[in-house]
Design a protein around this ligand. Structure first.
Ligand SMILES: O=P(O)(O)O[C@H]1O[C@H](CO)[C@@H](O)[C@H]1O
Ligand SMILES: O=c1cc[nH]c(=O)[nH]1
Length: 245
């Protein structure tokens, strides 16, 4: 079969489940948890692995930083027939959840610029409830260095601020838990293409601290990322079991 034009993988090699993350290096770390893991392609920021976890076949794909590039990855996964996509990411806290906590995103505020070019802004960016449930249940079972929460998250394009005030404070007051850069794109593309999606995030600091000194390389963040990877893998197994019932 012809290769997907951007991911450069054969759609026939794509299983039902895909774990996605921004960082190509993190994709490799996730793939190391699989048996029979093999790297299918590394094109631009997109690194694709396949393998098996507790009997379930899955793909691990990196999508890079930011919604437009990530959406390309999600679109091609949907075209290849992937049925469930779970994002494993990092985020800044907008709430009392501290660094090292895990947040399962139930829905995303569409503050990025990409998804309004796909569907009007009145359309919500919502996770699949079965995926959210499996992720939350699994997150409570793993050993995270912080708490576990679930709720609405914010998707932005800007990471560092310029001269325009970013809307973080408004959303903090509205009860939004964390900020990152790709979940709205994932949920909108997934809803438009009939794919189930969900996301789990490891908090790597307070969102307001990004301009003063962003440091996602601390031990507590590494441990939280390890924990969310374990949770996402468990969630896939839970979902596969439920599907088989
Ligand atoms: O940890 P990942 O998946 O890369 O996600 C977060 O980290 C990047 C910014 O450093 C953005 O992509 C943001 O969404
Ligand atoms: O977008 C992001 C990702 C991680 N941490 C943040 O503060 N923001």
């Amino acid at each position: 079969m012809a290769l997907l034009p951007i991911l450069r993988v054969d759609p026939a090699d794509m299983p039902d489940y895909a774990l996605v993350c921004g960082d190509p290096f993190r994709a490799e770390e996730i793939a190391k948890k699989l048996t029979d893991a093999k790297e299918l392609a590394h094109a631009r920021e997109y690194r694709t692995f396949t393998g098996t976890y507790e009997g379930v076949k899955l793909a691990v794909v990196s999508h890079g930083v930011g919604s437009p590039g990530a959406a390309v990855c999600f679109e091609e996964l949907a075209k290849a027939g992937v049925k469930t996509i779970i994002r494993i990411g990092t985020a800044g806290s907008l709430s009392s959840y501290r660094t090292g906590s895990l947040i399962v995103s139930t829905a995303a505020v569409r503050e990025e610029g990409l998804t309004r070019q796909l569907v009007p802004l009145a359309f919500p960016a919502v996770a699949d409830s079965r995926v959210t449930e499996a992720l939350y249940e699994a997150a409570l079972e793993v050993d995270a260095p912080g708490e576990v929460g679930k709720g609405v998250t914010l998707t932005m394009d800007a990471f560092f601020s310029g001269v325009v005030e970013l809307p973080h404070e408004t959303y903090r007051k509205a009860g939004v838990l964390a900020v990152e850069m790709e979940i709205a794109a994932l949920y909108v593309v997934a809803m438009l293409r009939g794919v189930r999606a969900g996301a789990i995030l490891a908090l790597d600091g307070d969102s307001t601290a990004v301009d003063e000194g962003y440091n996602p390389h601390r031990d507590v963040v590494t441990k939280a990322v390890e924990a969310e990877i374990a949770a996402a893998l468990r969630a896939v197994v839970k979902l596969a079991k439920k599907n088989a019932e």
